[in-house]
Each structure stands twice: as structure tokens, then as C-alpha cells.
Write a new protein. Sequence first.
Length: 288
Amino acid sequence: MSDVLIVIPARYSSSRLPGKPLEKIAGKEMLKRVADIANYVAQKMHNCAYVVATDDERIEAFCLEESIPVVMTSDYCQSGTERCWDAVQKIEETQPRPKFIVNLQGDNPLCPPWFLEKLIQDWQQGRHEEKTEEETEKDAGQVFTPYVHLSWDELDALRETKKVTPYSGTTVQIDKHGYALTFSKLILPAMRKEKKLRETMEKPPVRRHIGLYSYTYDALEQYFGLEPGQYEEPEGLEQMRFVEHGIPVKMVEVDYQGRIGMSGVDSPEDIQRAEAVIAECGEFDLSL
């Protein structure tokens, strides 16, 4: 087994879009789009592999037909994180365990491949680089997840979005070492003298979290033995369990390189939005 394993949790049932992994987006099945991204990264990065994790025989059959690595997981997985961990355990029965696991959801067909590359690179770099005395004050990162540092215009757009859907969009506050202090569905931090800040700061101190997670094997294993944190449930943010239990969550800055950002596909309307993004920005260049 490779040191790095990209796991793609994919379930067939969906209340808003049944069978969505096999729904076509601009002529290609959504799951195939995600698998192509993972395959590209796995070939490009050192000692990296990928696998689809599913409990549905229709998805398994599709993967086998398309020569996509696949593992069958339990029917009882309640989240992508659980399915990711179950897949790792199934694989571990016959192969050495991976050291680092990237959880790439099967409904995220427009995830820029360089986001995955950056997470893996930051983990690899953290394992090998020499630390200064100040840096050793913090434990090495055990969870890695990306964020975008918003511009003032992007902050204004986020505020407008939250007037309609107040719980869309998550912000994160980061310490001086680059680790998460807290995540929230509120826009943090509060800015008491925003007018002055707009005149003096090129960007606001607001960072938007992107829901893409990667973990060391030990951190992912530990997650399921931890009690939910006091802020996890009210915020609806599972990553707060890591933060509240002192597991270092390293924030990795990324950007969309001029592309339109889009999260998961959950409805027929989302398929239309994804196709519009592809029409405007083009397909990812996945040639090696």
C-alpha cells in the first residue's frame, strides 16, 4: 500500500438526487470525474494511490467496468468520514496501512486537483523538514484541510449569500503557526472598525474553509473514539471534534487559480451549475 491513499466515499442513495454518483455532468458520470481527478493526483504524487469506497453493487459494477479501484464498505456508515475509515480498515486486512488518508467526496467533481496536491505536499513537508524551536511548540499537523483567504469583494459576496442561506459557508480562525483555532458558520472575526480596516488592509482577516479533509492514520482512528465536542453539534461542524480535543488541524492556503469554485453536487440544479462552470472555465487539464 502507498503511504498516501485518496479515498472517494460514494453512496447511491440520496434524498435529493438518487443515484447521483452515476449521474452525468457534461456527458461524464460524476463519479468518473472525481476518480479521474484522484487518478491524476495519485500518478503525479510520490507513493500515492486512490480507491472508491461504496456499499452499493451498482457503483461497484461501474467502477469495475471503468477500471477504477473500488472497495465495498459497511451498510451502516453514516458519513463520508465513517465510510473512509471503513475502507481503510478493509484494505488494511490485506495490505500495509496508509500513513495519510485524503477524503475526497464522490459528489465533488469540480475539486481542483491542486488542492489535493497541496494537502499531500504539506503533510510530506511537515514530516521531513527541520523545525525551529518556535515551530516545535506545536505538534506536527495530524489533520490537513484547505482554506481561501477572502478578498473584500468575496467577503461582501459571502455576507449576501448568508442573508439567504445563513448556514452556508464556514470560516476559520488560524493561529500564528497555521493551525485552526476555531471554525464557525458565523463570519469570523468580528471587525469593529471595518471602514478603517478596508482602507489599511489589502484583504480582510477572514478565511473561508473548504470542506476537503485529509488525516494521518492515527488521527482518523482517534476521531471515532472521541466524544463530540460542545461546539460540534450546534455548529454542525465535525472538524470541531479534532480542535476541541487538541488534535492539531493544519490549515493549508489554496486558491482557485481563476476558476469558479463549487462544492458538492446534491440536486439537479447543482448539476446545471456544475455544467455551467465547465462551460465557462473548461475541463481540468489532467494530462501528465
